[in-house]
Design a protein around this ligand. Sequence first.
Ligand SMILES: Nc1ncnc2c1ncn2[C@@H]1O[C@H](COP(=O)(O)OP(=O)(O)OP(=O)(O)O)[C@@H](O)[C@H]1O
Ligand SMILES: Nc1nc2c(c(=O)[nH]1)N=C(CO)CN2
Length: 175
Amino acid sequence: MTRAVLSIGSNLGDRLGHLRAAVTGLGDAVLVVSGVYETPPLGDAEQPAYLNAAVMVADPAAAPGDWLARAHAAERSAGRVRDPARRFGPRTLDVDVVAVWDDTGRPVLSDDPELTLPHPRAHQRAFVLRPWIDIDPHGRLAGHGWLTDLLNAEPVAGDALELNPRPDLALESDS
Ligand SMILES: Nc1ncnc2c1ncn2[C@@H]1O[C@H](COP(=O)(O)OP(=O)(O)OP(=O)(O)O)[C@@H](O)[C@H]1O
Ligand SMILES: Nc1nc2c(c(=O)[nH]1)N=C(CO)CN2
């Protein structure tokens, strides 16, 4: 069994529809989904606000690279177009593999640029940490510590204040 946490985000088109389609596409692998947060864009201010959420997935047959393949497949299904000139530009759907655990429950570590684990910027991103804490309040990020400590630490705290919970925009794994 490999387990993973995926971060999903959208700031173009039908934002909620893109997130829902990503969750639906993950099928039976979905264990639990977080609430949805509306968040100001980080890294490139000239773009619309994002909807962000986190999904816990598990599949006995999945290798770590399979989660990245599923993430990319979901992005393609949402019609994501990559603009090489805008590293952190707007997108219909972004699915990041935040963390993976092996079948003994140990975190998988990787410095492969194709799949770096844990995700190298996850510990700095309130829009990743806050939804993940929703679904795993006692979670740890390998190499960084408790999620709750990270969320309360500078410089993440400033971003955390700008997270706007959207309970009106529920994600349903079986919708
Ligand atoms: N943990 C990971 N999750 C997703 N992609 C990763 C990961 N580690 C490395 N990558 C690589 O990063 C490349 C760029 O991914 P992507 O376009 O989603 O980045 P981004 O969303 O613009 O930025 P960020 O990674 O900071 O969220 C992908 O082609 C992928 O191979
Ligand atoms: N609020 C927010 N900002 C971002 C996001 C995101 O998911 N949410 N993703 C980015 C590219 O990875 C760049 N900036």
